[in-house]
Design a protein around this ligand. Sequence first.
Ligand code: AHR
Length: 667
Amino acid sequence: MRIYKFIIMKLHRTLFAALAMAAGVTLNAQNAHNMVVQTNKVGAPIQPTMYGLFFEDINYGADGGLYAELIKNRSFEFPQSFMGWNIFGNVKLMDDGPFERNPHYVRLGNSGHAHKHTGIENEGFFGIGVKEGAEYRFSVWARGENQKIRIELIDNNTMQEKQAFEYKDLVIDSKDWKQYEVILKSPRTEPKAHLRIFLESAGTVDLEHVSLFPTDTWEGRKNGLRKDLVQALYDIKPGVFRFPGGCIVEGTDVATRYQWKNTVGPVENRPLNENRWHYTFKYRFFPDYFQTYGLGFFEYFQLSEDIGAEPLPILNCGLICQYQNDPEHQIATSELECYIQDALDLIEFANGDVNTTWGKVRAEMGHPESFNLKFIGIGNEQWGSEYPERLKPFIERLRKAHPEIKIVGSSGPNSEGEDFDYLWPEMTKLKADLVDEHFYRPESWFLAQGNRYDNYDRKGPKVFAGEYACHGKGKKWNHFNAALMEAAFMTGLERNADVVHMATYAPLFAHVEGWQWRPDMIWFDNLNSVRTCSYYVQQLYAHNKGTNVLPLTMDKKPVSGQEGQDGLFASAVWDKDEQAYIVKIANTSDSAQPVSVTFAGLKKNDKLAEGKCITLHSADLDKDNTVENPNVITPQESTVTTDGHVLNAEVAPRTFAVYKFVKASNK
Ligand code: AHR
């Protein structure tokens, strides 16, 4: 029987080689690596959540990035009230404004001279990016009796007088606080404009919450998100969206931890928080980095819904950043009640009926329907006994009140070692549903971890690879080889989809002028954005995730870059909806690798139709796409044929290849 199969395989290969040669393709089938996909052994389902996104406000990811607000320090609440502003003439800072949690505002008074002006000028986030022909909604809360202000977009290019290239006048006609709006249309593209407001009349005017948004935000929403950046997220087809961090969940101290309740309700009254990334790295110091929470939990849930991903909020577990705080300065376990209540209330906010306290808040914000929250994470990168001690009461209370919600615990900041080895059994004991693992590691780690999950306990909690990226040794920037390592490693996630249920690369966004951490998946400046090679790897997996794992072996072993496997990594899936077989192969070696993939177990009348091969490759391993040259390395698609059951191909050196064949039946 075996001999018979062997002869059939040889015949297939010879026939295919002949066809390929006729088509001008030379394949070295003799030395090919023989891989076998067992099409009749449909394995574990691949979770719809498998490939997702992790968002944190790092690298100006939210304010100055995804959140489309163009004005920095719009409510004058930064500790230095005029940070981001230039003021001139008779400007006073006041603190009895209409918004309780943001009490500051400015009073523009008469300069005392007919030819002199009083006004304020905002520098935006590394400037204000505006595009030719695009419209921008200026809004302000103001009071004054028939006072006129002028709003200008000015260039900031030269040392000469700054020129206005667009302006509108606005009459403030009420002595009570009221919101005013006016649309500015930019006649030109300017990456680093400023916004200037000055008093044109002789009296006094009060201004608060000074805001400027493009009208063309994602879905045209007023408190909206930057369209190109959301589009990039949407185009991945992510299965899960983890937010809002990361370390910002923990905070540097109790006061600065992330508190979701501060991020919902009217934007004008969401209190400012500092952003820990403003001072975390001395060599990347950004004293003007704060969180306005204009992008808050309602917007995160809405975004998850828009991009078709399951929301996965992470909450503080009662531990403040453990790198920065000793155990004795942590919140005592006896004082966890309000933290646990926050978790319970969050579920009500997301899913509760509109008549509940928090469901009502959601409805008033414009979303009476439930957000259908299914997962919640408690704690970020925690370690030591402090963590399970705190997680335990959360789990007890959440299970009781919401058995339908899956709870994600943490295995700490390291991918292995003492803390990791301590926490995993603790998570199993506490019956966490998933455990979040983080690994920012060099190439050697990714090459060695292709079989990381092969021997994980199948009965314990599932794995959430919640933060990972290849940090090239000595090359901590985005480059193709790092993305290739990620692609190779991810074959192991896919092969073990019975235990790995979610995976999210990190971090997601970075402003080219404001980053603290790299590599990152999507870079942007004030006007443009770029999808990196790591982005395309994530996209290739997410678009080709299939519905079930299929066993794929070479010499009866999984293809995970082990000795003798010539740097090859591979996995296979079946997509029952598309009736398609998908094989992913990463060739991490410097030589082309001929492969012969037999789709064993197909029924007599079944064969593989003409398929496609999508490759990601760069001859220069250190290169990546940039904002200036965004399309240097992108997935390339070509058609591939088989003899019906066997694919013979050559995977180019340092290449990630995805092959997809629809099943056809010969009737
Ligand atoms: O992704 C950047 C940081 O890395 C996250 O905030 C933290 O969880 C991890 O240490």
